[in-house]
Design a protein around this ligand. Structure first.
Ligand code: NAP
Length: 352
């Protein structure tokens, strides 16, 4: 390894050949717990021909990490005994391909580990931003998901009512803020009074509804006196069902995810009212995966989101937790609704 590093400016970072990794020890059959993870230390891998060695700076924690444990989706399922999967922002340390140089920033599925080797084809180069964490939050996967899903599928018009669930989370808070910029009336659905108050006071949401309350249905009706034109659905289940009943004619439902169904061994069969409500209200429901937009609208998303952040039109909400070993509890907490905005792990303590 030292031989690989000779002659590069990165030699000093390699003071140890240890690579801390978090492994999924056992797949959960019900709620995810710390007992499903184990920690191990292995030698830092060496890149072969056409490969790069990367150092993880930030690890993105995503609700979808739990969905990947349920089986194959838009990607293969996570299997027990392997390094836990996860998206990372990383720095290239050693490159055996002309496409990358030491010091390049990349976005990759590096997994829950400090170092990883990857084929150059699975890396996406990123432009350095200040702070780097914005590349994981508002300019990362969840920010682009919010932009592409809302604007391409939802197409909110000024004066329309846009409802977003998991509204205080990484994707949802950006959806709400973009919808406000487009002149919509924005209603957030979130868990707990504190989050709901925060969405209105800090992010300018027009109204909020706490889905955990017994009177959620009445709260939703009161928060949306003119019905709902666009719904950005990140949770599925009972919340989707409630919203479908309040949708206006020709409403658009953006199917982004179903977090209410991820951390359980018995997902709900619902929602009820389908397809009847879709037919009678002439609704459009469309799913998407943000990668569909890479090389197209996602690039526009990064430009626009960056401009909005620089101009102060969008607030960046990040929840940064220090140290890889905190990742299991941090993901469990995210699924339980602990996070405000984008939760991530600072794996390299010097990353800023
Ligand atoms: P996040 O919103 O930052 O965190 C998840 C949030 O979900 C929690 O903070 C929690 O907030 C809420 N939640 C948990 N259990 C819930 C339940 N039973 N009912 C309602 N809300 C619940 O996570 P994220 O990574 O941004 O993901 C949000 C959604 O977007 C997920 O469905 C994810 O799969 C999806 N997503 C899709 C794409 C795509 O390409 N389609 C890309 C990225 C993310 P509360 O306190 O409000 O409960």
């Amino acid at each position: 390894l030292q031989a690989h590093l000779c002659g590069t400016a990165r030699e000093t970072v390699m003071t140890t050949d240890a690579n801390q990794q978090i492994v999924i020890a056992e797949l959960p059959t019900n709620k995810l717990g710390t007992e499903h993870f184990s920690i191990q230390t292995t030698p830092i891998p060496q890149p072969g021909a056409g490969e790069v060695l990367c150092k993880t700076l930030y690890l993105s924690l995503d609700a979808a990490n739990r969905a990947w444990m349920q089986g194959a989706t838009y990607r293969s399922a996570i299997t027990a005994g392997t390094v836990m999967s996860g998206g990372v922002l990383a720095e290239v340390l050693v490159s055996n391909t002309p496409e990358f140089s030491p010091g390049d920033l990349v976005e990759a599925e590096g997994g829950w580990q400090q170092y990883f080797v990857a084929n150059s084809k699975v890396q996406r180069k990123r432009i350095r931003r200040d702070p780097l964490s914005h590349l994981v939050s508002v300019l990362g996967v969840t920010g682009k998901t919010a932009y592409c899903g809302l604007l391409d599928i939802g197409q909110p018009q000024a004066g329309e009512t846009v409802v977003v669930s998991a509204a205080a989370g990484a994707t949802g808070n950006v959806v709400g803020q973009i919808a406000k910029l487009k002149g919509a009336r924005v209603v957030g659905i979130a868990g707990g009074e504190e989050k709901c108050d925060w969405l209105q006071a800090e992010l300018g949401f027009d109204a909020t509804v706490d889905y955990r309350r017994d009177d959620f249905h009445r709260g939703l009706k009161e928060a949306c006196p003119n019905g709902i034109d666009v719904y950005f659905d990140s949770v599925g289940g009972a919340v989707l069902e409630a919203v479908l009943f309040r949708m206006n004619m020709h409403g658009r439902v953006i199917c982004c995810g179903a977090v209410s169904q991820y951390d359980t061994g018995s997902p709900e069969p619902g929602p009820r009212g389908v397809p009847g409500l879709i037919v009678t209200k002439r609704l459009s429901l469309r799913g998407f995966i943000v990668m569909d937009y890479y090389g197209g609208l996602a690039e526009q998303a990064e430009q626009d989101l960056n401009t909005w952040v620089q101009n102060g039109n969008i607030k960046v909400v990040e929840d940064i937790i220090e140290g890889l070993d905190a990742a299991p509890e941090a993901l469990i907490g995210l699924l339980g609704g602990q996070n405000y905005g984008k939760r991530m792990i600072r794996v390299d303590p010097t990353a800023r």
